[in-house]
Design a protein around this ligand. Sequence first.
Ligand SMILES: Cc1cc2nc3c(=O)[nH]c(=O)nc-3n(C[C@H](O)[C@H](O)[C@H](O)COP(=O)(O)O)c2cc1C
Length: 182
Amino acid sequence: MEINPSGFYEILSPRCAVLISTVDKEGRANAAPFSFVTPVSSNPPLLLYASAPHRHTLANTRETGDFVLNIVPEGLLDKLWACSQALPKGVSEIEKAGLTERKSQKVKSPSIEDCVGWIECQLEFEKEAGDHILVVGRVVHAECKDEFMVKGEFDVSRAKPVMHIRGRRFVVAERVVTATVD
Ligand SMILES: Cc1cc2nc3c(=O)[nH]c(=O)nc-3n(C[C@H](O)[C@H](O)[C@H](O)COP(=O)(O)O)c2cc1C
């Protein structure tokens, strides 16, 4: 079956669905789900999120120069969804969704305590790409709750991170397979 090119990302599934938390210059927190997110470099550590132009997340990233990617477990799916509601700028989706703010280590943007892990970033640069803006951030601190790290490895079966397909459809990642050939 042919897929409409503008919906190609549906078969590029599942993609990690994170909550991006930010703060504006008045110190008001914001959080929104994003799934157009990818690592781009490990040294230096860079990642990007792609944002439609009018997102508060993008405005806040520009205002304060940083943002946090929060890794969302299955149990928070409905709260992630609640954070996708368009609220007036300055109204915190974190509070509205019943999530808890946590002070970040290296950036002004808060983290979300209820999440599995946190990737704190400073804005490196942005670049327009089609109908989105690519926001490239440098990772300045990354942390995972101890219970989800086993023998130094991220334990997906415990963390059960949510991944996005499209619309309200998600995948919960929990089965790890290992390549066996040399
Ligand atoms: C699972 C999911 C993934 C999303 N991914 C993106 C994305 O990658 N880029 C984007 O611009 N909007 C994305 N959205 C839409 C925003 O989350 C939504 O418009 C939100 O209200 C933006 O909030 P903000 O204006 O506070 O930043 C996504 C929504 C959902 C539910």
